[in-house]
Design a binder for this molecule. Structure first.
Ligand code: AMP
Length: 435
């Protein structure tokens, strides 16, 4: 019988088996971010609806179709965050960070919410890890962002990534390119999907994002001649920026390819846009993306303040790691305390002391010796720490190396040192069942 309550559609429970991998990935990421000198920010999971409407654009899919918008009991118009750049920039302004230093390097990690159609790699609650550099228009910041982006993936064992990059120019050059694109597509307009026809009027660049086979054939099939490229319609400053970013990537030895179709869904992007995909994921292949958003903070009522950032979809990255069987188990090889009736109380105390340094498990059911030894074997612990009554009274304990290393007795005073030695030693050939 199905249980009465299930997690809401599009959401998932992450259980300890999954979280070994997640926590490993998170700690790898924290290490990389700290070494790059980024500081963490945590913003609320819901914000004023207006914040997202204003920054993502009223016409964007996220705002139009995917927003978890609600009224609270005080009749406030709120929304669960679909992404976190808007929240970080709101916090930047609210706390006057701009007055406290010119450049801010920030990162975040946490759940985001979008009301999409759930499928493999697409959830209604998903997790992103992202970073932002706020306060400089310099192309070096874009290069650092992309380097950090790639290095996070590398820390998770993704090798040989190629980043797709493009420039989306400025709002003005984008409008000009939009006109070019609209005119180019005009002869085929009636044959485009309904979605693309609507986009052609509101935001023609979004037609490049189409998933429709028919649209893709029109765009790339050659019947209209070569597809006009955004980078051929950039304003002079954006072109200089584009060249500098590419030179910087080459200098930093970062592999990239230019993707003329990369336009990204959100209105606040300017100039550099980048993305990375993993084709083994099927339809939902984007692992992460980012770009420059020089107009965003101004759109929020702040002074003109350039920024560049990215976000990575943790759920998808973890799917790939899982497929590869990588980054799995948490720290193995702790201690399992096996007690007798007479040493049960001492075992509880000793376990607490040892937990200052070691991973220690203890049987909470007060079962017999045999059951405890069996549980120790199954637990994945490296050492069974046996508290026999006579030994304990003599100030000694038994240690059994569960990876085939034999058994011995040590003095309580030398216990920590003995454990350190066993836990650091390679496992002996695991005892085979006798032939
Ligand atoms: P975006 O803000 O749309 O560029 O998303 C950045 C990254 O977040 C994407 O590349 C995906 O890896 C991930 N992502 C976005 N939407 C979802 C979703 N609904 N479920 C899982 N991951 C997502």
């Amino acid at each position: 019988m199905a249980p009465k309550h299930q997690a809401p559609r599009g959401t998932r429970d992450l259980l300890p088996d999954d979280l070994g991998r997640w926590q490993w990935a998170e700690s790898q990421a924290r290490g990389v971010l700290a070494r790059y000198g980024y500081g963490e920010v945590r913003t609320p999971m819901f914000e004023d609806y207006e914040l997202f409407a204003r920054t993502s654009g009223e016409a964007s899919d996220v705002v139009q179709k995917e927003m978890y918008r609600f009224k609270d009991l005080g009749d406030r118009d709120l929304a669960l965050r679909p992404e976190n750049t808007a929240g970080v920039c709101r916090a930047y302004l609210e706390h006057g960070l701009g007055g406290r230093g010119r450049i801010h390097k920030l990162w975040y990690m946490g759940p985001m919410f979008r009301y999409g159609r759930p499928q493999k790699g697409r959830y209604r609650q998903f997790h992103q890890i992202g970073a932002e550099i706020i306060g400089t228009p310099a192309p070096g910041a874009d290069v650092e962002m992309i380097a950090l982006f790639v290095d996070l993936f590398e820390a998770w064992g993704f090798a040989d990534l190629t980043v797709a990059i493009n420039s989306v120019g400025t709002p003005a050059s984008r409008r000009a390119y939009g006109d070019v694109l609209r005119a180019w597509l005009a002869p085929a307009r009636e044959r485009l999907s309904a979605d693309s026809q609507a986009r052609l009027d509101v935001n023609p660049l979004r037609v490049l994002d189409t998933k429709s086979e028919g649209d893709l054939a029109i765009l790339h099939g050659g019947e209209l001649g070569p597809l006009p490229h955004m980078i051929d319609h950039l304003d002079a400053d954006s072109l200089v920026h584009w060249d500098a970013v590419r030179a910087g990537l080459e200098a930093a030895d970062i592999r990239y390819e230019v993707d003329h179709g990369l336009v990204r869904g959100l209105d606040y992007y300017t100039r550099t846009a980048f993305e990375v995909h993993d084709r083994t994921l099927g339809a939902q292949s984007a692992l992460g993306g980012g770009g420059r958003y020089d107009g965003l903070i101004e759109a929020l009522g702040g002074p003109p303040t350039p920024g560049v950032g990215f976000s990575i979809g943790m759920d998808r990255a973890m799917l790939v790691l899982e497929q590869r069987g990588a980054g799995g188990a948490g720290p193995a090889g702790g201690v399992y305390v096996v007690a007798m009736d007479a040493t049960r109380a001492a075992a509880t105390r000793l376990a607490r002391e040892l937990r200052h340094e070691f991973a220690v498990e203890l049987d909470v059911e007060a079962r017999g010796f045999g059951a405890q030894m069996k549980a120790a074997g199954k637990s994945g612990a490296r050492v069974a720490l046996i508290l026999g009554e006579d030994e304990w009274n003599r100030g000694e304990v038994g240690l059994k190396d569960l990876a085939g290393g034999g058994q011995r007795t040590v003095a309580r005073a030398g216990l920590e040192q003995a454990l350190r030695e066993i836990l650091a030693s390679p496992a002996a050939a695991v005892a085979r069942p006798t032939e």
